[in-house]
Design a protein around this ligand. Structure first.
Ligand code: ACM
Ligand code: ZN
Length: 616
């Protein structure tokens, strides 16, 4: 009997292991991966060679040396014929852009690509394969390349700003997860954050606000912190960030908002608003949309914006410049003699066409400097500028319309990709704007709309998640909102849909990556126990069947309604909770990680009462 069962058990164990090992611990999941038997031992004495380069790849070598050293591997760059880690540039190799191949066998590791960027991504994959303990890297063959060429992450530094050191950490995270674009949202109603030498008041006045809302928007009475807030990035710091990003193969796209979201600029230069002698204005103290915007009738507005963009374009080598275009109320334009004269002179139909004129005029300027604009999907209204790339944020309709008009599109619909939405509905969560976006929903998103033709689908050049910082006043809050959802963004942006696998992602790879973050004591959102859900159940018993969402973390629970601590029941395996007739139990569960972080509590209300009773 025992003998007969053994092969079955081995088969089942083997099956389970291979299911978990499917993508090893790699995020984003590679295009093709086969996991083979055996390991290669990467030690601190493993020789590392860079082969096929015309010039020494300083950036890549520096990155490899630093990153490997952090993992305990002393990459000396010594050339060897056999064994070790080989990083090989082969311009003749056939692989889609940004792709690489990696082979790990008992004799060594080889990463090969036709570009340095591909090798960089290969090294990122290797770093994810180096275990926390020991040095054994599983033997594997990987061929990998991205689904989209634009893989972006945005950060709003207008509502709250963050130190350069944090911007660099953010760029590191992007690069680790194979994103290639950092969209830096630099100007807002509540603060102008980039030094412009020709207009110093943009930062000395527009860079500051007198106080900040501390409650939720629209909750009356509004309450404020009574504290002046502000700051900005000098051009020197901007150059430093751009150079840093370049060393991580990340492009930085600056956003200078127009015509709306410009109150801080108007506080500095009120003459750029509508009418005669407009203002005075103050930088915004609450969130939302302000009615005071740049005047579209005054030539001075365009001279100002062209000057600003001249300085911006000299700082950012990016092909794209984002000029905003979203949420511009037309109230002031409707009553402004200058705007109305412009409408009349140009025979425009209405204020939407005036907005279109505004964007198209700025686009021509940007194009004349050899660059292209990106705008939020409102730039479709009143006619799209000629070469504009559209960022679809109000759902996917704008993106679909733009692709149908042969424009490039970046998908970033709020319901799927806005990081200011809460990850858990629990009242224990910190303040957010109240919208709900769990990891599973973000992971489920496919940026390429099925309703487009194949040719139109090619216009969807990529995808991006946005971190609006109204409710992110500290770097740690940004990390809390970003992680682990960054992992979902990474996989949506890089991995072909047929290779995505929610169970493997959420139950195997995400816990491994969160375990690393925890070891580094980084801030992140601790997910609730896998399988747990706030619910009321009418039954005499309930099976707690949970999994840990963070490697190394523990799940604790109570059955008496008390808030669970490490001193309560430790969840070790599925356990049945029973309730005698006519009684109820409140089961509360929590995840507590090795570094002491907690998830929100999940409550199961178990009621064993006849239906008639429970209705009373
Ligand atoms: C946006 O979220 N207003 C682009
Ligand atoms: Zn005007």
């Amino acid at each position: 009997m025992k003998k007969a069962l053994l092969p079955v058990i081995l088969f089942l164990i083997g099956f389970k292991t291979s299911a978990q090992d499917k993508n090893l611990t790699i995020i984003p999941a590679p295009a093709k991966i086969t996991v083979e038997k055996g390991f290669y031992h990467l030690t601190k004495n493993t020789p590392v060679s860079f082969i096929g380069f015309k010039q020494s790849p300083i950036t890549l070598k520096d990155f490899a040396a630093t990153a490997l050293l952090l993992k305990g591997v002393n990459a000396t760059g010594k050339q060897t014929l056999n064994g070790g880690l080989k990083v090989v540039l082969d311009p003749a190799m056939q692989i889609p852009d940004e792709g690489y191949r990696m082979s790990v066998n008992a004799g060594g590791i080889k990463i090969i690509s036709n570009t340095e960027k591909g090798l960089f991504y290969g090294l990122q994959t290797l770093l994810q394969l180096i275990p926390d303990e020991g040095d054994a890297i599983p033997c594997t063959e990987i061929e990998d390349y991205p689904r989209y060429k634009y893989r972006g992450l945005h950060l709003d530094v207008g509502r709250h700003l963050f130190p350069v050191s944090f911007i660099k950490q953010y760029i590191d995270l992007l690069a680790q997860y194979k994103l290639n674009t950092f969209h830096w949202h630099l100007t807002e109603d509540q603060g102008w954050r980039i030094e412009i030498k020709k207009y110093p008041k943009l930062t000395s006045i527009g860079g500051f606000r007198d106080q900040t809302l501390i409650g939720k928007l629209k909750v009356k009475p509004e309450i404020y912190d009574s504290t002046r807030y502000g700051g900005f990035y000098t051009q020197k710091e901007v150059r430093e960030v751009v150079a840093y990003a370049t060393s991580k193969y990340v492009t930085v796209i600056p956003e200078i908002e127009m015509p709306g979201h410009s109150l801080a600029a108007l506080a500095a230069y009120p003459q750029l608003a509508c009418g005669d002698n407009p203002g005075p204005f103050k930088s915004g103290q609450i969130w939302g949309v302000y009615k005071d915007v740049y005047c579209a009738g005054k030539e001075e507005t365009f001279r100002f914006l062209e000057d600003v963009l001249d300085e911006v374009m000299s700082l950012f080598p990016s092909k794209y410049i984002h000029i905003g275009g979203d949420e511009c109320p037309k109230d002031r334009w409707k009553t402004c003699p200058y705007c109305q004269k412009r409408i009349k002179d140009l025979k425009l139909k209405d204020e939407h066409e005036l907005q279109s004129y505004f964007i198209q005029r700025m686009e021509k300027y940007v194009n004349s400097k050899g660059k292209q604009i990106i705008g939020w999907d409102e730039i479709l209204e009143g006619g799209l500028a000629k070469n504009a790339v559209v960022m679809s944020w109000r759902g996917v309709k704008g993106g679909i319309a733009a692709a149908q008009q042969d424009h490039d599109v970046i998908m970033t619909p709020g319901a799927f990709l806005y990081l200011d939405h809460t990850e858990s509905k629990s009242t224990e969560e910190p303040i957010t704007n109240g919208n709900y976006l769990p990891l599973s929903k973000m992971y489920s998103y496919d940026p390429t709309p099925a309703e487009l033709t194949q040719t139109q689908q090619k216009r969807v050049i990529g995808v991006q998640a946005n971190a609006w910082s109204e409710y992110m006043a500290s770097p740690d809050k940004v990390l809390y909102m970003l992680l682990p959802r960054l992992f979902a963004l990474s996989e949506i942006a890089w991995t072909a849909p047929e290779k995505k696998d929610w169970i493997n992602f959420s139950e195997s790879r995400v816990p491994a990556h969160l375990g690393w973050l925890d070891r580094k004591n980084m801030m992140y959102h601790v997910p609730e126990p896998i399988g747990a859900k706030d619910t009321t159940i009418k039954a005499g018993s309930y099976l707690l069947d949970y999994k840990g969402p963070v490697k190394g973390a523990k799940i604790y629970y109570t059955i008496n309604g008390y808030f669970p601590y490490q001193t309560d029941y430790l969840y070790e395996k599925p356990v049945t909770i029973t309730v005698p007739p006519n009684q109820e139990r409140i089961i509360k569960s929590v995840v507590i990680t090795p570094s002491g972080k907690r998830s929100s509590t999940v409550t199961v209300h178990l009621v064993n009462k006849p239906e008639s009773n429970s209705n009373n």
